[in-house]
Write a protein that binds this ligand. Structure first.
Ligand code: ADP
Ligand code: MG
Ligand code: MG
Length: 252
């Protein structure tokens, strides 16, 4: 589904991603862990097309297409969903209208007609139940006055509505409380299917108590320096990141 080869990216001339390679297949959950400043959030920004970052080398293909040539909007329409660490508030725009517009934009990209009112309401109902969102939240303006947990639930709801092929969840610095972690984890687990994949970016192991990753990768100094199964997350929790640094320095 996603193939990243020897990716290099910089911001303001400073190289942050320094030869990163990663393959994600349908049906897989990948966790990316790593110390602060390793480049985890930069990676998600580059994958979703944040124009602040410049790719200088390497390839990224998504379902056979050159991802780097696509606009951020088209990346989303191709099926990439990025969770936002700081979701925007859109006062005056109800969740219902916001979601209908988003769903229809995705449909238009696939040459489908706008969703009928009945089908849209059915979809809303189904996904609200899936993420256990109450009607009050769904009828309010997007994120306006939402608590941290409500924003998180809203985000997972948006993800459920758009049914992405690849979801990228960057939770690193967002200081999620345990309830918000559970909301995110339940959402990811319930939406998991053989057709989709997730990349869960996290500094701490605790999110992985709720989401069982198929693969765990350590991102250090702009590269994936170690990959393993879920046991690697526990090892990092126990031993921290210093031993990774030593291994990388010894190998250099
Ligand atoms: P992580 O998510 O792993 O903590 P980031 O991707 O946020 O790491 O940051 C990686 C490096 O890129 C850090 O050294 C950070 O200071 C730098 N960086 C991130 N954003 C910017 C920016 N807008 N301008 C300059 N440097 C940045
Ligand atoms: Mg950080
Ligand atoms: Mg980060």
């Amino acid at each position: 589904m996603l193939e990243i080869k020897n990716l290099h990216a910089n911001i303001n001339g400073k190289e942050i991603i320094k030869g990163l390679s990663l393959t994600v297949n349908a049906g897989e959950i990948h966790a990316i862990m790593g110390p602060n400043g390793a480049g985890k959030s930069t990676l998600s920004s580059v994958l979703t097309g944040n124009p602040a970052f410049t790719v200088t080398e390497g390839q990224v293909t998504f379902n056979g297409k050159n991802l780097l040539e696509l606009s951020p909007e088209d990346r989303s329409r191709e099926g990439i969903f990025l969770s936002f660490q700081y979701p925007v508030e859109i006062p005056g725009v109800s969740m219902v209208n916001f979601m209908r517009t988003a769903v229809n934009e995705h449909r238009k990209y696939k040459n489908l007609d706008p969703i009928s009112a009945t089908d849209f309401l059915r979809l809303m109902r189904e996904k609200k139940e899936l993420v256990e969102m109450d009607n009050k939240l769904a009828n309010r303006s997007v994120n306006e006055g939402f608590s941290g947990g409500e924003k998180k639930r809203n985000e997972i709801f948006q993800m459920a509505m758009l049914n992405p092929l690849l979801s990228i969840l960057d939770e690193t610095d967002s200081g999620l409380d345990i309830d918000a972690l559970r909301i995110v984890a339940n959402g990811v687990n319930k939406l998991k299917s053989p057709d989709n994949a997730s990349i869960v970016i996290t500094h701490y192991q605790r999110l992985l108590d709720y989401i069982i990753p198929d693969f765990v990768h350590v991102l250090y100094d702009g590269r994936i320096v170690k990959s393993g199964g879920k046991e690697l997350a526990y090892e990092l929790e126990e031993r921290g990141y210093d031993w990774i640094k030593k291994e990388v320095e010894e190998a250099a």
